[in-house]
Design a protein around this ligand. Structure first.
Ligand code: SF4
Ligand code: SF4
Length: 425
């Protein structure tokens, strides 16, 4: 994946070139083994392969070019940060959630060892100077979701320019008020760093662009659930991951083209796997690039993933912002309303998540659910018990997996997943 022509750009971003080359090499090999080895992939996936092959190249160059024209880059770690507002000030919002075991040793010098892999990863990426996205950002938005993240941002904030959004923990009237004030504070911050004012026109366009992206992903999520399933779970996960850093308009067009191809495949009753392949839902913590370990294990154990209940899945695409608002105030209210529907495990109580999982299991006709929590993730590990109980009421079997980004437990996970797949077959 290394492109010598980008070396100067990476040096200008102050990356550690040697460590960065090492990361790209591992990423390229991992991608080859997990993605390129698949048979019968849709032609539209070539676009995603290209995006991934240029993940630290062409896309970063686009960001650099945009910066040279005065546009700002906003980095995020959570789906609570409204991209609609960033687009309304002509900024580019990119997701920074790192999904690789890199820089962990360095990260453990400033956050406790028993912190989840996702947090250690974004800290490690920064300390090891291997993430060109992090280094491109003019502002990084943190959020007070789980305790691990909010404390880690104190350390991260000493290394990068940050703005922290307070996320309510409940969904009462006072929480909604707090959330609105935080959305307005984010709007003020964006206007300050870009020197641009959000207008009704620019916000309306921002809402439409993000809704269109979500509509394309909703379409994909509906189509993927056909029997036989026309696209692998790995590929859909990759699409969801790419949605966080690709240009939103280009991404939407490409996914709609891919969906056209999926419709043709469905019309011919063709699937990526045989019709009787056990169908699974993945639920739980988000899987950031290049965290493909569990989907790969599942899909090489004789099952196929047909739905994802996570922030890099349906939690981020299920709800749209109401588009009927005409004034900035009305549109801000619509944005607040939509984002308060997010059923992150950081909320208490969080019964919507149980209802949503039950509904998605029914809609996508799954034979079982694999609940995935990152090791040391309190919110999602706690909810594992409730999810299992809810699914048991609908007689949907569930397997709970706790893991991290290391490869040490692959064989052990494979044994457990194979046994589960055999049980539901
Ligand atoms: S799981 Fe919660 S904290 Fe993580 S990205 Fe989703 S909403 Fe944010
Ligand atoms: S995976 Fe869990 S512990 Fe880690 S950042 Fe997300 S909510 Fe926090």
């Amino acid at each position: 994946m290394t492109q010598p022509s980008y070396k100067e750009m990476w040096e200008n971003l102050n990356l550690d070139i040697e460590a960065h080359d090492g990361l790209l090499e591992v990423l390229g090999k991992f991608y080859g083994d997990i993605y390129m080895s698949q048979q019968g992939r849709l032609q539209g996936m070539e676009y995603l392969d290209f995006v991934l092959s240029e993940v630290h190249g062409l896309r970063i160059k686009e960001l650099m070019d945009a910066k040279a024209q005065g546009r700002k880059i906003i980095g995020t770690f959570c789906v609570f940060v409204p991209e609609e507002l960033s687009l309304a000030v002509d900024a580019i919002q990119v997701g920074l959630c790192a999904g690789a075991d890199a820089g962990t040793e360095a990260a453990e010098t400033i956050v406790p060892r028993n912190t989840c892999a996702l947090i250690k990863s974004f800290i490690g990426f920064k300390m090891a100077k291997i993430c060109p996205y992090t280094e491109s950002c003019d502002l990084i938005i943190g959020e007070t979701t789980c305790d691990g993240k909010k404390k880690a941002y104190e350390a991260f904030g000493e290394m990068a320019p940050m703005h922290i959004m307070e996320i309510p923990q409940r969904k009462e009237a006072s929480d909604r008020e707090l959330w609105k004030s935080e959305v307005l504070r984010f709007k003020d911050e964006l206007e300050k760093i870009t020197g641009k004012k959000i207008t009704a026109e620019s916000l309306k366009q921002g809402i439409k662009t993000v809704n269109d992206k979500r509509r394309a992903l909703q379409r994909l999520n509906t189509l993927r659930a056909a029997t036989p399933t026309p696209i692998s779970g790995r590929d859909v996960l990759l699409i969801n991951q790419v949605s966080f850093y690709d240009d939103p308009v280009r991404f939407t067009q490409s996914i709609n083209t891919l969906c056209d191809q999926i419709e043709e495949r469905i019309a011919k009753n063709e699937g990526i796997v045989p019709e009787n392949t056990p169908r699974l839902m993945l639920a739980g913590c988000p899987m950031a690039v290049p965290n493909w370990k569990l989907p790969y294990i599942i899909e090489s154990s004789g099952a196929v993933v047909v739905s994802e209940e996570s922030c890099i899945g349906t939690r981020n695409t299920r709800d749209l912002v109401d588009e009927s608002g005409e004034t900035v105030e009305e549109m801000i209210d619509a944005i607040c309303e939509r984002y308060m529907k997010i059923d992150c495990a950081c909320f208490t109580p969080n019964n919507e998540r149980l209802d949503n999982i039950k509904k998605l299991a029914e809609e996508t006709k799954v034979d079982g659910v694999i609940h995935y929590s990152l090791m040391f993730c309190q919110p999602y590990t706690h909810e594992t018990f409730k999810v299992e109980k809810t699914l048991a009421e609908s007689e949907v079997p569930m397997l709970a997996i706790e893991t991290d980004y290391s490869m040490e437990d692959v064989e052990q996970l494979k044994t457990r997943v194979e046994a589960f797949v055999e049980m539901i077959s």
